[in-house]
Design a protein around this ligand. Structure first.
Ligand code: NDP
Length: 289
């Protein structure tokens, strides 16, 4: 690998791309708002390039809001033969399958490689990367992924990485909503919320929602926007689509998808995912603090 490129310097991409110069001399970055790419280059020693030069790299990363933006870019800017496109977007499995076939015909490998660990994991370089697609292509791309990863896990054919990511985020949504309902009930009964949190986090009802989201984002009313609520709603939709295409009953997931979609549609555009609980607060008149 002599050149790598990173497309999409958003909350995640900005931090992920910052690790690449540790391992590679030629790190190209491109962002729609180009000033961000120039700022990244100045800060981290990457090189701001136009999109045509970005897609000529040996390994091309993308981290955009949805599969639709990735498909548009690839349709307009074909990568060179022999390269590997590593898409770190939380995307749609069917889109990964389409792009894999479409690019294979041009001798380009496509890996769906979404990440978890939030912006803090991106900053520390400890992300979990769940990869679908050709295992041999992953072997070749691995040295380029390692600088920002704590765990790189192959999970199956094209689309599998996106599927795992969607289910993970659906579980985050289920746990967050359920925890908010549970703590509303405790508050309604005058229970000490911090004490309750300490007990539950030492018991079987704990989850990432009780361990980090409620204490660090909700109870202190900070709701810092590091992962947009509309992106979580998108992920819940992808997970529900998986369930429906398999014709499975999944009442809890279906209900949660509706809740998160409604919360997103009735919230300000720049809301953090944790602000989904504000919809419940409006229903109950109980503030989770
Ligand atoms: P952001 O909204 O912070 O960044 C989005 C990026 O996509 C920006 O660089 C933006 O460019 C670019 N972009 C948007 N639309 C277009 C377009 N039409 N053409 C080209 N570029 C475009 O998102 P995140 O970084 O938070 O999320 C990116 C992906 O990672 C999503 O799929 C998300 O679900 C996933 N993810 C997010 C996590 C988080 O904690 N934030 C954690 C794990 C996964 P511009 O600067 O010009 O707006």
């Amino acid at each position: 690998i002599s050149s790598v490129a990173f497309i999409g310097l958003g909350a995640m991409g900005w931090r992920m791309a910052a690790h690449l110069p540790k391992a590679f001399a030629d790190v190209r970055v491109w962002n729609r708002t180009f000033s961000k790419a120039q700022q990244h280059a100045a800060e981290f020693g990457t090189r701001a390039v136009d999109i045509k030069e970005a897609v000529q790299a040996d390994i091309i990363f993308s981290c955009l809001p949805t599969s639709s933006e990735v498909e548009t870019l690839i349709a307009e800017h074909l990568p060179k033969a022999g390269s590997i496109w590593v898409d770190c977007t939380s995307g749609e499995p069917t889109s990964a399958q389409y792009l894999n076939v479409h690019l294979q015909a041009r001798d380009v490998a496509f890996l769906d490689a979404p990440v978890s660990g939030q912006t803090i994991g991106a900053e520390k370089g400890t992300l979990t990367v769940m990869v679908g697609g050709d295992a041999e292509a992953l072997q070749r791309a691995r040295p380029a992924i390692e600088p920002f990863a704590g765990l790189i896990q192959h999970v199956g054919d094209s689309g599998s990485g996106f599927a795992v990511k969607a289910v993970n985020n659906m579980l985050l949504a289920v746990n967050l909503w359920a925890a908010a309902e549970g703590f509303s009930a405790l508050k309604a009964h005058g229970v000490d919320v911090q004490g309750a949190l300490a007990c539950i986090n030492a018991s079987s009802g704990k989850s990432n929602a009780t361990e980090t989201v409620l204490p660090q984002r909700v109870f202190n009313r900070s709701f810092p926007n590091t992962f947009a609520l509309n992106l979580l709603a998108k992920d819940a939709g992808i997970a529900l689509d998986l369930v429906q295409r398999a014709k499975l009953p999944a009442p809890v997931l279906a209900l949660t998808q509706s809740l998160i979609r409604a919360a997103s549609d009735t919230s300000a555009n720049d809301s953090d995912f944790s602000a989904a609980v504000k919809m419940l607060e409006r229903w109950t008149n109980i503030e989770l603090s």
